[in-house]
Design a protein around this ligand. Structure first.
Ligand code: SF4
Length: 458
């Protein structure tokens, strides 16, 4: 069952839809998931309650993504099916937001004219106003280029009682050629440290034990802020401040950028008791010439230096990464450079993607250099096989160790098993006789499988 925690609302207006139900469908990344929590929070301020299924909803919000493979096809397929949903109920309202709405507002209108509201990523807090207007005047589109209000100031309905996302920054100043984020989310804007600390404290008061700091480039946090004339609130300083919050047990963060990792951040991860022993460092490719084509701002050597720096400071750190296989122009030698790094670093896990051109990105224009799908599939499978062995080996190092486990949910495959994560992020299963969801318990790791650990209470 989904549990909800309502965070104290900062938006205020008279509820006008008591008795109505909403359903939010989310595509894409954690940033979208968190935006969907805010949309749910705003809907509940307006008097609506969450529908358990699409069929019982009066208002449907589709939070779209343009990054993942076939995202556009899936979106328009979904909107096609929802035409039927809309026609089957009286006064049903269909709303579309997220990156696709920001990038392709006209296309969404043309391909799905039955959508009532198209809203961009910068003005989410205006959603009820737009919904009201659509009821009075018919379909409406509002997509703005500049941020008017940080969407982080909206209330949230969290999916979990013990873990929460906390946005510290929105947008991105980089220009990776495979990525649409800078054009749909705008330039980097950091939230004020005091707002972040206050929100974290409110979360802890409401029972949250673990927060995950969220941003497109978290470790460059604060470079756009100047608290006084001398200092800036660098990411490490933020971690220090959050670590002082009484009752907070764990701090995670995603996603950092390899080029922006500073020693002070790594020392903070190592020394601050609440910051988890896990670092995501997105490689994307191990080839210097592909990294240059991606505009990543580092080369193979520099990435290795960053990893060495991290491992020197935290030898037992868990490292995870993202890799795109088959970026335009990737030769066998380029792919071998990627595999060199995979074997050298021994990541705990790798999020792997097969390159597919995303509309609106520079990589889409590199058509002359596209790699055949067969070659991409072969390389992808090889990477997967090698990494599966590495991940399995990395999990084994925990067997026999003592850990703290935060229990998150029931296992999908076995109702007698609960699953959670240890400090360094590994999925761990435990018998449900011993613990409940939300518990933070000391455990001994008794066994490992290729994909998760098994534990018993101590
Ligand atoms: S750092 Fe690159 S991949 Fe990440 S959000 Fe910015 S442009 Fe996209």
């Amino acid at each position: 069952m989904v549990q909800t925690v309502v965070i104290k609302p900062k938006l205020e207006f008279a509820p006008s839809r008591q008795g109505k139900k909403y359903y939010v469908k989310t595509f894409g990344c954690q940033m979208n998931e968190h935006d969907s929590e805010k949309i749910a929070g705003i809907f509940e301020l307006d008097g609506m309650t969450r529908a358990n299924a699409e069929e019982s909803a009066d208002v449907m919000f589709i939070n779209t993504c343009t990054i993942r493979e076939n995202a556009d096809d899936r979106l328009y397929g979904t909107l096609g099916q929802l035409k039927k949903w809309k026609n089957e109920g009286i006064n049903r309202k269909l709303l579309v937001g997220g990156c696709a709405a920001q990038k392709d507002k006209q296309l969404v209108r043309e391909r799905a004219p039955w959508v009532d509201v198209v809203i961009g990523t910068h003005n989410l807090t205006n959603i009820i106003n737009l919904l009201n207007q659509s009821e009075d005047w018919g379909p409406i589109t509002e997509v703005i280029d500049e941020i008017e209000e940080l969407p982080t100031d909206a209330p949230s309905i969290r999916e979990s009682e013990h873990s929460a996302w906390l946005t510290i920054q929105i947008g991105c100043n980089n220009s990776c050629t495979f990525c649409i984020v800078p054009s749909v989310r705008g330039p980097e804007i950091s939230r004020r440290p005091s707002d972040i600390i206050n929100e974290a404290s409110e979360l802890v008061e409401s029972g949250i034990k673990e927060i995950t700091l969220l941003g497109q480039n978290v470790n460059s946090y604060g470079r756009d802020l100047r608290i006084d004339n001398k200092s800036r609130p660098y990411f490490a300083q933020l971690l220090h401040k959050l670590n002082e919050i009484e009752g907070l047990e764990r701090i995670r963060f995603t996603s950092p950028h390899p080029k922006d990792f500073k020693e002070e951040t790594i020392y903070a991860v190592n020394t601050l008791s609440k910051v988890c022993n896990q670092i995501h460092i997105p490689l994307q490719s191990g080839s210097s010439q592909i990294l240059a084509k991606m505009h990543r701002g580092y080369n193979k050597q520099r990435f290795i230096q960053k990893v060495d720096m991290i491992k020197n400071i935290i030898p037992d750190v868990s490292l995870t990464t993202d890799i795109i296989v088959g970026f335009p122009g990737e030769t066998d030698d380029d792919f071998n450079d990627t595999m060199d790094i995979v074997k050298y670093v021994e990541f705990d896990s790798v999020y792997m993607f097969q390159f597919s051109p995303r509309p609106g990105t520079k990589a889409q224009d590199m058509e002359d250099n596209f790699i055949s799908k067969d070659i991409i599939k072969q390389r992808f499978q090889y990477l997967k096989d090698v990494q599966t062995d590495i991940s399995e080996k990395r999990l084994k190092r925990f067997v026999g160790t003592y850990q703290k486990l935060l229990i998150e949910k029931e296992s999908k495959k076995n109702v007698e098993v609960l699953t959670g994560k240890i400090d360094s992020g590994q999925i761990t299963h435990i018998d449900n006789k011993d613990v409940s969801i939300g518990d933070m318990v000391p455990v001994k790791i008794t066994d490992s499988t290729p994909f998760y650990l098994k534990a018993e209470l101590i």
